[in-house]
Every structure is written in structure tokens, then in C-alpha cells.
Design a binder for this molecule. Structure first.
Ligand SMILES: *Cc1c(COP(=O)(O)O)cnc(C)c1O
Length: 400
């Protein structure tokens, strides 16, 4: 079967909620993926940063196989012998003493929103049903109805109302706007330390610190959505670490399982996550031993292979090289670590054609919005691999 045959079946039977590049992948290893025709590509998207540890990392696959042969799912009606260690290892790695495991990122965001509201009522003393949560323009936090209730992306909302009340939206990067939006009913401020889907938007220096201080002054929880920016992507374990703050709540997902299984989690102190009592919240698969074994190994790989450090160093190297390209199409190159956005001028005719040209040269990346190309390869990438990708990117950005 050829590429076209797979696409035809998919288009016929599947819902059309994505517009993928027309490459059909059937094998992957490290930073490389292979299509059904045997062509090899360097993956510069890394499944939206879920495969930071590289595709099919042998240690993670091994953990998956070993656990799959023992026990995969107990539900939380019973305990399993893996979950206690994920809790403990997350606490040791991140400094947050309590965590709550879920599956997808969106579920972890929902969990954090529920925790924040309940904290507001039970700890802060907000009047029943009055809790407000502040979010930012251009945010991305998933696709549930409550989450798209605080999106400003028209397409994410069109046709999906009525929306969940209780959210306010302020401009990203504007700390004064946060101060002005807070009321006695505000329970949380949810923010991506670097906006991924928004186009790899890095807020002004000092923004996280300023907004954190405003939250502290007003007894509002600072909730960092690190699902994409976290676990090494930005060149630090968490992107908030660039500003020496300690958010009240951190949400992780994606690379928590090295792309092998959906695993997400909410990290916080006992004051916040302690608001949940048995029966308040849950998930059949959340904290299952298969996912947990995979997550434990994924975290070990991240630390032992020094992937955070590699992201920092090679991110600086890659960004500097990209800045040297004398392309008339490029408006700005930004990012931290191996979390890089190349914003094109409106006259460039959109990012998609550059992504397609790169695909033809063996580099896979995806436009975010219409005018930004994101470069976010697995963090196991080497300097030589970056040099090779760079030469392709250089040629493509110099096309007419
Ligand atoms: C991907 C993402 C999510 C949602 O994760 P899913 O696993 O797709 O539900 C939430 N927040 C951010 C910042 C993300 O990048």
C-alpha cells in the first residue's frame, strides 16, 4: 500500500478534526521517523513535545513491556504497586509533595481547575458558586467544553456553546491586567510559562515573577500549565524556573510518558490537592500501573540522560544558527531551549508551504496558527543532527 491508499481510508472513515501533513508513519526511533514508503525524516515536532525522550526509547519500551506482562489496570478501587513510587519520585524530582495522576493533558487541566475552585470555597472562603479563574489570551489548555470556555480561538469554540462560566481572560504578558482583573472571588490564575500552541510565545522577562507576586498578595493560586513547556522542553525542568518562582500548582502531561502512553498529573502542596476527598474526582485509567511504570522510566531517562541540559545547550546553538539565515520571510525567531518558534511575515504566504517543503527534504514540523513554524525536536537530538536539519531549513527559508 502507498501513502495515498492509507490517506484515502482515513479520510473516508475518520472524523476530519485534523489537517495532518500527508506523511504516513509506520516506524520511529530516537529523533527519526519512517514513512510507509521507507523514507526517513527528522522529527522536529516530537508529538507536540510528548516524545522529549525520543521515539521508542528502549528503556521506556522495556518498562512498558515488563509492566504489560504483570498487571495493566486495577482501577483505583484497588491499589497497585507502581503508583506509590510515581508519587514519591515526582515529589523528589519537582519539590511538590502531592500529586494526582490523570491521562490526557486536558483532564489534568480540568483537575487543576476543580482543585482551585474547591480550594477557593473550602480554604479561601469564596462564596458558593462565585469562584473566578483568570486565564490569558492566546492560551491553549485542551479541548473540553470548560477549557474552550476560556479560549479566545474562535474555531475552538464555534458550535460548542453554551460555555462554562467563571473565567476571565486578560492579555498574555500584561501583569497589570492581572492586578486589575482580580476580585475577592478570584481563586486562580492559569498560565503557560511559554505558550506553545499560541506560537511559542515567550512573555516579557519578569512577567512570571510579577504575576506570581500579584497572586501571592491577593491569595490567588498561581497555576502553571507546563504540559508542553515542562519536562525539559524549555531548557529547564520547568519553564517557570527561569524566574525563580514556585507556582502553587503545576500541570504536566505529554513527555511525562515519553510519548508511550497518555499520562498526566497535577502537582501541588497538600493545602491545595488535599481538598479532594474520596469520591470527589477520579478516572478509571488515571494512575494505572502500566502508565505509571512508563512515566517512572520516562522521568528517569530525562534525568539520567541529562536531556534538560541538552535542551538548554543545543537550544541556544540551534536558535543562534536559525538567526543567521538571511531570509526575507522571517519576522522573529524566539524560544527557550529546544522550544523554538520562527514567525514569518504575513507576506510569506503562510507557514504551511514551508512545512511541506521541509517534509520533502526529510524534516517534519508543523505550522502553529498560520504563520509560525515550531521547531521542537526530541531532546535526545545531537549537534550533528541539528546541523543537518539546519541545512534543510536554511534552504527552505531562502526560497522565494
Ligand atoms: C497539549 C496541551 C494541553 C492538552 O493536552 P492533551 O493531552 O492534548 O489533552 C494542555 N495544555 C498545554 C499547554 C498543551 O500544550
Amino acid at each position: 500500500m502507498k501513502t495515498e491508499d492509507f490517506i484515502q481510508i482515513e479520510e473516508k472513515y475518520g472524523a476530519h478534526n485534523y489537517h495532518p501533513l500527508n506523511v504516513v508513519i509506520n516506524k520511529a526511533e530516537g529523533v527519526w521517523v519512517y514513512d510507509v514508503e521507507g523514507k526517513k525524516y527528522l522529527d522536529c515536532l516530537a508529538a507536540y513535545s510528548a516524545v522529549n525522550q525520543g521515539h521508542c526509547h528502549p528503556r521506556i519500551i522495556n518498562a512498558l513491556k515488563e509492566q504489560a506482562e504483570k498487571v495493566t489496570l486495577t482501577s483505583r478501587a484497588f491499589r497497585n504497586d507502581q503508583l506509590p513510587f510515581l508519587y514519591k519520585e515526582l515529589a523528589e524530582l519537582t519539590g511538590y509533595p502531592m500529586s494526582l495522576p490523570m491521562n490526557s493533558g486536558a483532564e489534568a487541566v480540568e483537575t487543576a481547575l476543580k482543585a482551585a475552585r474547591k480550594w477557593g470555597y473550602k480554604v479561601k472562603g469564596v462564596e458558593e458558586n462565585k469562584a473566578e479563574i483568570i486565564a490569558c489570551t492566546n492560551n491553549f489548555a485542551g479541548r473540553t467544553i470548560s477549557i474552550v470556555s476560556f479560549s479566545i480561538e474562535e474555531q475552538y469554540r464555534d458550535g460548542f456553546g453554551p460555555f462554562t462560566p467563571g473565567f476571565k481572560i486578560i492579555p498574555y504578558g500584561d501583569a497589570e491586567a492581572l492586578e486589575a482583573a482580580i476580585t475577592k472571588n478570584t481563586v486562580a490564575f492559569i498560565v503557560e510559562p511559554i505558550q506553545g500552541e499560541g506560537g511559542v510565545i515567550v512573555p516579557p522577562d519578569g512577567y512570571l515573577k510579577k504575576t506570581f507576586d500579584i497572586c501571592k498578595k491577593n491569595n490567588v493560586l498561581f497555576v502553571a500549565d507546563e504540559i508542553q513547556s515542562g519536562l525539559g522542553r524549555s531548557g529547564k525542568l520547568f519553564a517557570y524556573m527561569y524566574e525563580n518562582i514556585r507556582p502553587d500548582v503545576v500541570i504536566i502531561g505529554k513527555a511525562l510518558s515519553g510519548g508511550c502512553y497518555p499520562v498526566s498529573a497535577v502537582l501541588a502542596d497538600k493545602e491545595v490537592l488535599g481538598v479532594f476527598n474520596p469520591g470527589d474526582h477520579g478516572s478509571t485509567f488515571g494512575g494505572n500501573p502500566l502508565g505509571v511504570a512508563v512515566a517512572r522510566e520516562s522521568l528517569k531517562v530525562l534525568v539520567e540522560e541529562k536531556l534538560v541540559e541538552n535542551s538548554y545547550e543545543l537550544g541556544n546553538y540551534f536558535r543562534e544558527k536559525l538567526k543567521s539565515i538571511p531570509s526575507k520571510h522571517v519576522k522573529e525567531i524566539r524560544g527557550k531551549g529546544l522550544f523554538i518558534g520562527v514567525e514569518l511575515h504575513p507576506e510569506a504566504g503562510g507557514a504551511r508551504r514551508f512545512c511541506e517543503a521541509l517534509m520533502n527534504r526529510g524534516v517534519l514540523c508543523k505550522e502553529t496558527h498560520s504563520h509560525v513554524i515550531r521547531f521542537a525536536p526530541p531532546l535526545v537530538i545531537t549537534k550533528e543532527e541539528i546541523d543537518w536539519a539546519f541545512s534543510q531549513i536554511n534552504d527552505v527559508l531562502l526560497m522565494a
